[in-house]
Design a protein around this ligand. Structure first.
Ligand code: COA
Length: 572
């Protein structure tokens, strides 16, 4: 029996080509019109350490990496042992034997397909091709479209030269032979090709880069930091082609200062970093607020604090993004749900910064950074692009003029008649320093009040499920995709459960939180951090006093099954 929704996990040692194997399977499935969602986690070391790549593929939409795998491919004994507890009767396991570093003790009912991956690669005198032996076996055993797979790996290896390409094709063919020699006794097959669709498959970091290009970015400056570096890599490839500028700065403080300068000069500007980088940027973010300068920071969160778990997933920078400021320093904080959202919200982040002339922080995370997902190819012309309110040159120019909407027109440097003072000092309407008590109160209020309308705009929240519910689940960031599926499953069982998904994290759309909670018996708040950071803001900002935090922080995301189980516990 063919299963429509299949999860394949490949695991082994960093440097063994786990990531390439996973990328190839994901790309091949996407090219034949299947939905794909991948998850990978790897060590901070360049070579060595446990590395995992999971591909979920289906003919239906998938929102997350899934619960656990149906098919497991073990490159070594460590990978096998680490995943053994997740194997259940019927799980299909392809493993490196004989000739590998282990002889597995398969749990009862698990279906094993030994493939001598290392030995075959050694015989071909191409040890790197071990992963291609595995891929050949996986393709024949689990119906991964062969022609497309060969095209995908040829595209990748052709640039490494004919010798490497041919050795890998040979290893792939050998793997196929070895796989075909087994009698298949498990029910798992990748869904049949659906016909090519107009979709792209990219990871979350590239999607942020794509959103930046669509959103009209002119200037990008960043300092490399895992897991955010790939945003800069994408932008470096595409921004110069359209006349933009990218700088790799000497550190995060320099990069955010350059973004401030470029934006002051009239350019749409942004940076991407992770928690430690955002912490360094906090002083300069105060100057964005004080000088009312638009700017976007994408924070790809990782396990912290300090160097922490640089390659692992966590959602623990919400406090930093919202409160990591000196003085009264309003900013707008957004979060992203999935890879497609990384495109959409980056465009919105740039728009919002321009419109409200303030710093905007988008919270992505380590899981999304490296997850690839298929979604319809974005049409740049379908996005609304917002540019800052500029001075029309009429009358006397006042940089911080008290307008009706509190947004003061900006004059780019060099604009005739637009000369003004711009510093980090408190100022009056003209920009000249002014420290009177009345003025500081007035200007602080202006900076807070001007961003208030955001609460009713830019699709701040989404609700899944109608009517009253026994349990309402509030979550944010990439946990939304997990909760979406859990809510679907629970509702399919007839349970009264709803989901509430804010994309605008700050200022909080308090009325919408409270209206949602009023329709729910209990509120559950899952998030991947130790302290329950969103739960904290729900308690401090809204009248919802009885929310139940559900926190994990082991470097991995939630699975839908975890949310289903916890919700049922609450219901019972
Ligand atoms: N034949 C030839 N080359 C092959 C191959 C094959 N059969 N299979 C893989 N390769 C190449 C890949 O093309 C890739 O080369 P490229 O970089 O030129 O594209 C390279 O070998 C690595 O293989 P890949 O599959 O991408 O990765 P991996 O699964 O072996 O895992 C990493 C290695 C990349 C995940 C990992 O070890 C790493 O770099 N970690 C980064 C750690 C980090 O970011 N630390 C930051 C700390 S702050």
């Amino acid at each position: 029996m063919a299963r429509n929704d299949l999860i394949i996990r490949v695991a082994g040692e960093g440097g063994e080509g786990i990531v390439s194997s996973g990328d190839f399977i994901a790309a091949a499935c996407a090219r034949v019109g299947l939905e794909v969602y991948t998850f990978k986690t790897f060590p901070a070391e360049i070579k060595g350490g446990y590395c995992l790549y999971q591909i979920r593929t289906s003919s239906e939409q998938v929102y997350n990496q899934g619960d656990t795998f149906d098919v497991f491919c073990a490159f070594n004994g460590e990978a096998f042992e680490l995943n053994k507890h997740l194997m259940t009767p019927g799980t299909a396991v392809v493993y490196d034997y004989p000739g590998g570093d282990f002889e597995p003790d398969l749990p009862e009912g698990v279906i094993g397909y030994p493939i001598p991956m290392s030995q075959t690669a050694k015989d071909l005198k191409s040890y790197r091709s071990k992963n291609m032996v595995a891929l050949g076996a996986l393709s024949v055993l689990f119906n991964i479209e062969e022609e497309t797979l060969i095209r995908v790996l040829t595209d990748k290896f052709a640039r490494k030269g004919d010798k490497i390409l041919n050795l890998n094709l040979e290893a792939f063919a050998k793997g196929k032979e070895l796989g075909a020699a087994h009698e298949k006794t498990d029910p798992y097959r990748v869904a049949d090709p659906q016909g090519a669709k107009d979709v792209i498959i990219i990871d979350g970091n590239s999607a942020v880069g794509l959103g930046a290009i669509i959103g009209g970015l002119d200037f990008f400056s960043a300092y490399p930091i895992t897991p955010a570096t790939e945003v800069a890599k994408y932008v470096a490839k595409h921004l110069p082609k359209r006349g933009g500028t990218l700088i790799q700065a000497e550190d995060e403080i320099a990069s955010i200062a350059q973004v401030l300068g470029a934006s002051y000069a009239g350019k749409k500007a942004m940076t991407a970093t992770s928690g430690p980088g955002l912490a360094l940027m906090s002083e300069m973010l105060g100057m964005f607020t004080m000088s009312e300068t638009p700017g976007l920071v994408v924070d790809v969160q990782r396990g912290g604090p300090s160097t922490g778990l640089p390659t692992k997933h966590e959602q623990s920078d919400l406090f930093l993004a919202i409160m990591g400021a000196h003085g009264d320093s309003p900013r707008i904080v957004l979060s992203v749900e999935d890879v497609k959202d990384c495109v959409d919200m980056t465009v919105e982040g740039l728009n919002i910064a321009e419109e409200y002339q303030c710093p905007v922080i988008i919270l992505s995370d380590g899981s999304l950074a490296f997850s690839t997902q298929t979604f319809p190819t974005p049409d740049p012309s379908s996005f609304e692009i917002v540019n800052r309110k500029r001075w029309d040159g009429e009358g006397e120019y006042k940089r911080y003029e008290m307008t009706d909407d509190l947004i003061s027109p900006m004059a780019d440097p060099g604009t005739k008649g637009g000369l003004h003072v711009s510093t980090g000092l408190e100022h009056g309407e003209t920009g000249a320093p002014k420290y009177t008590p009345e003025n500081h109160e007035l200007q602080a209020k202006k900076r807070f009040d001007k961003i208030k309308p955001i609460v009713d705009r830019y699709r701040p929240v989404e609700i899944q499920g109608e009517g009253d519910a026994d349990v309402g689940i509030i979550t944010w960031g990439s946990t939304i995709g997990v909760v979406r599926e859990a809510v679907q499953r629970l509702r399919a069982e007839g349970l009264k459960v709803k989901g509430f998904y804010p994309k605008l994290m700050w200022p909080m759309p308090v009325e919408q939180y409270e209206a949602f909670a009023a329709t729910c018996g209990k509120i559950l708040v899952p998030e991947v951090n130790y302290q329950g950071q969103l739960s904290h803001f729900i308690r401090s900002e809204t009248n919802i006093k009885s929310s139940i935090p559900y926190t994990i922080c082991g470097g991995l995301p939630f699975t839908p099954a975890m949310i289903v189980e916890r919700t049922k516990e609450i219901l019972s």
